[in-house]
Every structure is written in C-alpha cells, then in structure tokens.
Ligand binder design. Structure first.
Ligand SMILES: Cc1cc2nc3c(=O)[nH]c(=O)nc-3n(C[C@H](O)[C@H](O)[C@H](O)COP(=O)(O)O)c2cc1C
Length: 403
C-alpha cells in the first residue's frame, strides 16, 4: 500500500530530494499517526511553527532528539536535509556542502559497506553490563566514540548568522565531555588562522580533551600550528592527509599537498604529541604511516568527500587491521550511524570510531546537549548490541560476532 502510494508520487515527478526537502525528520511519525499522504504530511510539517532557537533543556525537562533534529534541519537546509537515514543519496555531489563528492559513490559505499556487515545474535552468556570504556593515548574515555572533525560552518553548513565557529566548537567539545568522550577539532580549508585559534581556545577550555586536526598545508604552516596545539593542551594532533584533493586546492590562497614519507617523518619528529594520520585507505599507507612515526591512523575517506569511487571504509578496514592491530592505534570513520555500527567497526578491527554528520546535526540542533544526546543514543545502542552478541568489553571485540 505504502509502496503503491510512493510509486504514485514518483509518477507525479517527485524525486527523493523533493520528498526529503519538506519532510525528513517527522514524516514517518506524521504519516503513521494521522494516516496522511506524503504530500499532506509535507504540508503539515511545513505548517509547524519554526523552532529556530536550539531547544533549551529546562531543569527536569528532557531535551528530545526529535526536537534537536528538527531545529538542525531548519538551520542546515538546504546544505543538509537531515534525512531519516544519512546514506549519501540526497546530497550526492554536494561538496562544498554536506554530501559526498561527484556521484557520491564513496559516501554511499561507506554506508553500504557497513550495512552489509551482519551480527551473530548470541544470548547464552552472562554479559549484562558490558564495559564500553577505552584509553586513547592516555586519555580515559567512557565509550569508543569520538566526534569527527567537521569544519566550514559557513561554506559547508551554511550557518552564517545562525551559529558562529566559537559556538559550534564549544557545542562539539562540551557535548563530548558531557557524554564522557572527546572530539576532534577541525582545520577547515577555508578557515583563517584566527578561526583555528578560536578552536584551540575551546580545546583549552575543555582542558585539552581533544585531538586537533591540521590540513596538509606546507610543512612550515603545519609546524606553526603544531606549536599552537602544544600550548592548547590537546592530547594528540592529526593531519587529514586526504585533504589534498581538488576541492581543497581550489580554495584561493591555500596550499595543500600530498606528503612524502620524509615529510611525514619530519612532522612526527617535530613534537612529542602523538601524531595521527587521518585518511588511510590501504595497508601500504598504514604501514608507511607507522614507519614514519605516527602513533595512530584514521581509516577514512573523509566521509566520501575527497575522491569519488573509493571503497567503503568497512571494506578496507579488516585488511589494514589484520596486519596493524596492536602496532598502531586504529580509528575508523564513515557512515557510523548506530551503536551497532560502532560494534561492527570494532569487530572489523578499529580501536574506536569517529562520527561526523550525526553529531554535527546534534551540535547545530541542540548545542552541547544535542551532541551529548546523539552520543548517548549511540552508547545505549552499543551497550544493547554488546549484550545481544555476548560482548563483554569494547577492548576485546572479536570477529566471531560477525555473521
Ligand atoms: C561538513 C563536513 C566537514 C568536514 N570537515 C573536515 C575537516 O575540516 N577536517 C577533517 O579532517 N575532516 C573533515 N570532515 C570529515 C570528517 O572528519 C569524517 O571523516 C567524516 O565526516 C566521517 O563520515 P560521516 O560524516 O559519514 O560520519 C568533514 C566532514 C563533513 C561532513
């Protein structure tokens, strides 16, 4: 029945983008509750009073994720439609923006590579209160989920006049602390040094509970930023080495470049801070990063934003982890949406995961509390999936839970 109705709408020329435009978050609920057609539900959604201010949690009144997402959609549209499933379909080609580059295939591959991993359900055991805590470069975290670096509040997210860079990074890092974890601070390619410094101020405010990323700029520029990061108290820094692509190179006045082994070595040797290379998609480069002195890698294709037609990260992670697990810290990201996705990434060999777009929406829609809500939702799902697979400890997730 629902399928027939959708086909009818499609005949009338409705694309999925149009459909999502007015309806993303509460469509399912509206349709189910009121028995509305999708077009009627879109109209009902549009008629709702605007909630342009982040909902405030009053004492005793719980902030709801639905409200956070509705505000996020209002603020982020048309850069992000806050789709019910964040899978890279509606936003294909939207870079700058929130989507994946070109056909959007790399973003979509992240989603499908993870979705096709299935879990064995195991319920004969005594795992009732699984341990989700980890230690990352000496930092104790209560769960293996970190907020990914997301930059460009103006050119990617369209938040000019709605949220400043200072508010955004405060929401991210503060929300992560509320949830017992930490986040990565970005170095957006178009962001001047003073925006980078705004982020470092937030890092200091949250007592260094952050990893700071730097774009693969000239060696001199990177080392200048490493000195600033050291002063901020951050416990590690990362270079998103995969940002040397066309989109980043096209930004006027910016120099980003692929790095040689020697250059990576120079950067690792320039500081005592642990150095993480973000944007590793092959075993060869994981090995090179380690040999160059990196303490960690992020298996990532930048959320599918830098090169069209890469495999999904969940497809390349097992090969990298088979050789590198225990030799270097392995972080992974790409379309991690649920606690089950976190567990899958750990089973495939990651030590912890980064989450980009969903936490971004939490920050825009609900500030610190929105971020914490989003992370806690994933934590609840993670704990539940650990119980349901008989997994006692996130530090010891084995491949045997994968079907
Ligand atoms: C809007 C946006 C901005 C981003 N900016 C940065 C950045 O400045 N530095 C960086 O290392 N990665 C950046 N990323 C990539 C994320 O750190 C992360 O690798 C990716 O978003 C993970 O995929 P997910 O969003 O599907 O979870 C950005 C991603 C998005 C969506």
């Amino acid at each position: 029945m629902a399928e027939n109705r959708l086909n009818e709408e499609e005949k009338k020329g409705w694309s999925r983008r149009d459909f999502i435009k007015g309806a993303a978050v509460s469509m399912a609920g509206a349709v189910a509750l009121a028995g509305l057609s999708q077009k009627e539900a879109v109209a009902a959604e549009a008629a709702k009073p605007a909630a342009t201010e982040p909902p405030k949690a009053k004492t005793g009144a719980a902030l709801k994720l639905d409200d956070v997402l509705r505000v996020a959609r209002e603020k982020l549209y048309p850069r992000c439609r806050v789709c019910p499933e964040c899978d890279g379909v509606a936003c294909a080609g939207e870079v700058p923006g929130m989507g994946g580059i070109g056909s959007g295939r790399s973003f979509k591959n992240n989603y499908t590579s993870l979705a096709k991993v299935e879990l064995h359900m195991r319920t004969f055991h005594n795992v009732k209160k699984p341990d989700t805590s980890i230690t990352l470069f000496g930092e104790k975290l209560s769960l293996p989920i970190l907020s990914a670096a997301t930059g460009g509040t103006t050119y990617n997210m369209g938040l000019k006049g709605k949220m400043t860079d200072a508010e955004y990074i405060d929401a991210m890092l503060g929300g992560c602390r509320l949830a017992g974890t930490c986040g990565l601070a970005a170095d957006g390619i178009g962001d001047p040094l003073d925006v980078f410094e705004i982020r470092l101020k937030a890092v200091s405010k949250y007592k260094g509970k952050a990893i700071v990323t730097i774009k693969p700029k000239t060696q001199e520029e990177i080392i200048k930023r490493i000195r600033l990061i050291e002063q901020s108290g951050a416990f590690a820094f990362a270079i998103d080495i995969d940002s040397a692509g066309r989109a980043a190179r096209a930004v006027p006045g910016q120099t980003v470049e692929p790095k040689t082994f020697k250059q990576l070595q120079e950067l690792a040797r320039s500081t005592k801070l642990p150095f993480i290379v973000k944007g590793i998609m092959t075993l060869e480069e994981a090995e090179m990063a380690k040999d160059a002195g990196a303490a960690g890698i992020v298996v990532s294709n930048h959320g599918g934003r830098v090169l069209d037609h890469t495999p999904g990260t969940a497809d390349v992670l097992p090969k990298i982890a088979a050789k590198m697990k225990g030799k270097i810290v392995i972080l992974a990201d790409g379309a991690v949406r649920y606690g089950t996705d976190v567990l899958k990434m750990l089973a495939l060999g990651a030590d912890a995961v980064l989450v980009g777009r969903p936490i971004l929406r939490g920050a825009v829609g609900g500030g610190q509390e929105g971020v914490a809500l989003m992370i806690n939702k994933m934590k609840t799902e993670l704990v539940d999936s650990m119980v349901m697979t008989g997994t006692a400890d996130v530090k010891k997730v084995g491949r045997e839970i994968i079907a």
